[in-house]
Design a protein around this ligand. Structure first.
Ligand code: SAM
Ligand code: SF4
Length: 454
């Protein structure tokens, strides 16, 4: 996918002197017209060392975020199915040689139980996460679990973050009804990749970097990219990721549905943490801002790897989806202690608390899963997003699903805060077109109707 030549161009760009102030402002202007930025243009922003200019980049990203997403924040929770793995990623607690980890693979019944605990918090969207041990947690296991969760828990969209599959196995996932297929390249740097992934199927860089092509061939057109920040120079990684996204869009007509920005965390049983490439909060802010400017229509995801205050701040810069109330151990929800965790989390607020904080910060929590269920995925979704129409559906859908949350799951304190939020967002221009219908649907939800969407 990415050639020697691409890597050469990226490396060369990174040693160039920083662009002038005028040039950076020209790029910001282009980005604010929602035209996106090429990977080389993104590199120029990543290289801007001047602190005042960085603040201008953050502010521009915040405006782009607001233009496209308004104040909505989409919420989800991960569901860890298995921590059994045949790979040995040096940084991960699940790696094969970690003898101290208590290993567990959930049965379909246990997975449904975990999904119910997650939906019991108020979530409607989950991300299935799994180690890679095909004999135990391979495709037939996953397909069975997806089917059982859809049938037996009130979960409306199942996304997955699992190892790369063959086209045939991706077809099975598509048939099972997954939303987004998410996969992180970890690092785009081939030699570093080999160092961190010394054995197992994951040692094959090419198999991983071509995964989205096979997923797209299989008909999965919502794909989610990411890099594990902290394994190599973050500027190289962001440029390579955007270059990858450009190539996929050119070949398949559809860019990434989401990009995640996980940072390397300390993990019990990992052999490496201090890689020499760990990134600061300010660098993560720059990464978020540049991705928002370069890929304006792509959802940006931040997990509970990050502390609450930083997560709240990055919503202003470009993040549009966050996980909340998470556990990264199979069977971790509802358990007294979560043995077998993948890495340590830094935001341990409950979903109810996160929702309340989102409202207090002036945002609108959303549990919407409508696009996927109305088949607004891939190219169709992007066309609506680029035409600006999607906002007129997203805001009303956010309000409908948030109202359900308030009635069914919120504490009294959150309910109070949330009702003020609903009232405020009902006045916004984005709901004008559907206002009358929306008001009557909200009324019906008050009376007990559920799962209403546009
Ligand atoms: N096993 C599959 C894989 O590696 O692609 C999918 C699941 S894996 C549990 C999900 C992601 O966790 C990995 O892609 C990696 O980026 C992330 N991860 C692993 N160790 C981590 C750590 N110490 N800190 C933060 N994220 C980590
Ligand atoms: Fe296994 Fe994924 Fe962890 Fe690597 S990152 S050890 S493949 S679970």
């Amino acid at each position: 996918m990415l050639s020697e030549k691409d890597f050469g161009i990226i490396s060369e760009a990174l040693v160039k002197p920083p662009a002038s102030r005028e040039r950076i402002r020209e790029l910001l202007q282009k980005a604010e017209e929602l035209k996106g930025l090429s990977f080389l243009e993104a590199g120029e922003l990543l290289n801007a060392g001047d602190s005042e200019l960085l603040d201008e980049i953050f502010a521009a990203a915040g405006r782009v975020k607001e233009m496209i997403y308004g104040k909505r924040v989409v919420l989800f929770a991960p569901l860890y199915l298995s921590n059994e793995c045949t790979n040995n990623c040096l940084y991960c607690g699940f790696r094969k040689d970690n003898r101290d980890l208590s290993r567990r693979t959930l049965s379909p019944g246990e997975a449904v139980e975990q999904a119910r605990l997650i939906s019991g918090m108020g979530h409607k969207r989950i991300l299935l996460v799994c180690g890679e041990k095909p004999a135990l947690n391979g495709i037939s296991y996953l397909v069975k679990i997806i089917k059982e969760i859809y049938e037996n828990a009130d979960i409306r969209r199942i996304n997955v973050n699992i190892a790369p599959q063959s086209t045939g196995d991706f077809k099975l996932l598509k048939e099972a009804g997954i939303g987004t297929y998410q996969l992180f390249q970890e690092t785009y740097h081939p030699e570093k990749y080999s160092f961190y992934h010394p054995m197992g199927a994951k040692a094959d860089y090419q198999w991983r970097i071509t995964a989205f092509q096979r997923a797209l061939e299989a008909g999965i057109d919502d794909y989610g990219m990411g890099v594990l920040f902290g394994l190599y120079d973050y500027r190289f990684e962001v440029m390579a990721l955007i270059c990858h996204a450009e190539k996929l869009e050119r070949l398949w007509g559809v860019g990434p549905h989401t990009v995640s920005v996980p940072r390397l965390k300390k993990a019990p049983g990992a052999t490496i943490y201090n890689t020499g490439f760990l990134i600061s909060d300010r660098q993560l802010t720059l990464v978020t801002a540049v991705l928002r400017l370069a890929l304006p229509y792509t959802g940006l995801i931040l997990s509970t790897r990050e502390p609450g205050a930083l997560r709240d701040y990055l919503l202003k810069i470009g993040v549009s989806q966050i996980s909340a109330g998470s556990s990264t151990a199979p069977g971790g929800y509802g358990a007294e202690e979560s043995a077998g965790t993948q890495f340590y989390l830094e935001d341990n607020r409950t979903l109810d608390e996160v929702v309340r904080d989102i409202c207090r910060a002036g945002y609108l929590p959303s549990f919407c899963t409508a696009c996927y269920r109305r088949e607004r995925t891939g190219e169709r979704f992007m066309a609506l997003a680029k035409g600006g129409e999607i906002k007129e559906l997203c805001q009303p859908n956010a309000l409908l699903t948030f109202k359900e949350f308030l009635l069914d799951f919120a504490s009294d304190q959150t309910k109070q805060e949330g009702e003020k939020t609903v009232h405020r967002f009902l006045q916004s221009a984005d709901v004008n077109r559907l206002k009358n219908n929306l008001l009557s649907r909200l009324n019906e939800i008050e009376k007990g109707l559920r799962d209403v969407y546009y």
